[in-house]
Design a binder for this molecule. Structure first.
Ligand code: FE
Ligand code: FE
Length: 164
């Protein structure tokens, strides 16, 4: 596909994010099920609910642009989720698995932070003020999630060190 403008790159990035979020809607419940810590499970469940709202924001942006959200698979997110799956298939001690799940989740959040930050900036440059505002809202949620994961890691990594 020819890509001649920042507008086209913007739409391509949005489709990538949409695919990433849709994949996460399926992955987060599996991660919640796998974890030992109630706090971490609650964190995954809370972020699943947030992710549903993030998908809706993207749909609103596509609506305003008059473009379909479909047509792109985010292979970056597919890879990160695949790595998470590999981890869950290991015969890991529960606390060690939780530490690994936090690591997997933070890689996902950082990927999203990069994607949303870029898309927000493109939206600003292209004059899509409402899209820029919506993308910033999601960016803030991803940033807050990353911080919560760091706070949980500070406890859970210590418990993992004590395991077997
Ligand atoms: Fe997200
Ligand atoms: Fe996220």
């Amino acid at each position: 596909m020819k890509m001649e403008s920042l507008q086209e790159l913007f739409i391509s990035e949005l489709k990538d994010l949409y695919s990433a979020e849709k994949q996460l809607l399926k992955a987060l419940p599996r991660m919640a099920k796998a974890c030992e810590s109630d706090e971490l499970r609650q964190g995954f469940e809370d972020h699943l609910a947030e992710t549903e709202g993030q998908v809706e924001r993207l749909e609103q942006i596509f609506d305003e642009l008059g473009v379909s959200p479909r047509g792109k698979k985010c292979v970056g997110m597919e890879g990160l989720i695949e790595e998470g799956k590999e981890l869950m298939e290991e015969d890991a001690e529960p606390e060690v698995l939780d530490a690994g799940l936090i690591s997997a989740a933070q890689k996902v959040e950082h990927y999203e932070i990069a994607g949303y930050g870029t898309a927000r900036t493109y939206a600003e440059l292209l004059g899509y003020d409402n899209a820029a505002k919506l993308l910033q809202e999601t960016l803030d949620e991803e940033g807050a999630t990353d911080k919560k994961l760091t706070a949980m890691a500070e406890k859970i990594n210590v418990e993992a060190r004590k395991a077997a």
